[in-house]
Design a protein. Structure first.
Length: 227
């Protein structure tokens, strides 16, 4: 299990994200930069214990209306080869030293563990507490066979999120701009064969839930409704 160190980061994660977010096509805030606050999220464990994996939710109040974003991030002790385009920034960790923070949609370790979460092979972990599952995170998967593992080469951003497309046509849709779900809970698109949903805090501190990730099968696949 990953160990959560209670220490300082210089610059902080929010400072790194404040500089990086306006470069994203799904950013809706003030062009001069966001005003960010942490709103929630969860972690996944790297089986090798080398890469920090965090799905952070932040809320930006710089625009006309507050906007919450899902930010999958990885933290590494050395640069990730070939991922210069995905670098969010570098920071100094009070215990671990220099850390390279990446947009995790382009990091194969995060993508592999996200697939494992979707299929129920690993549990989401609490964002700020070591060795503690996050029971607010829910998932499902009801397609034939396993999700292909190679999604990183075809990650593309648009005005709402990021699409990760596998070699067989299966895709993961990460909802970067988060929408609050109806009272009954997150509703994946009807054509989705899997999902990840979670909770965060709205601008007024009220707990809310929404859809984080939807899985879409290749056109010829017929779902089998297996959880």
């Amino acid at each position: 299990m990953a160990v959560i160190h209670q220490t300082d980061l210089k610059p902080t994660k929010l400072e790194l994200l404040t500089a990086w977010l306006p470069s994203r096509p799904w950013y809706l805030g003030d062009p001069a930069g966001p005003v960010l606050a942490k709103a929630g999220g969860f972690r996944l464990d790297d089986p090798e214990g080398e890469v920090g994996i965090e799905f952070m939710v932040v809320t930006d109040t710089s625009g006309t209306l507050p906007t919450s974003y899902l930010l999958p991030l990885t933290y590494r002790g050395a640069p990730l080869d070939g991922a210069e385009h995905a670098l969010v920034g570098t920071t100094e960790h009070g215990v671990l030293g220099p850390r390279w923070a990446y947009d995790g949609c382009h990091d194969p370790v995060l993508v592999a563990q996200l697939l494992a979460l979707i299929q129920g092979r690993v549990e989401a972990q609490a964002q700020n507490t070591s060795d503690s599952p996050d029971r607010e995170v829910t998932r499902s998967y009801h397609a034939h066979g396993a999700v292909p593992a190679d999604f990183t080469a075809a990650a593309t951003d648009d005005a709402e999120g990021t699409e990760l497309t596998g070699p067989d046509g299966t895709s993961l849709r990460l909802h970067r701009v988060l929408r609050t779900a109806p009272d009954g809970g997150p509703v994946p698109p009807p054509e989705a064969v899997g999902h990840v949903a979670g909770a965060w805090h709205g601008p007024d501190g009220t707990p809310v839930r929404g859809l984080f990730v939807a899985v879409h099968a290749r056109a010829q696949e017929v779902p089998s409704r297996q959880e």
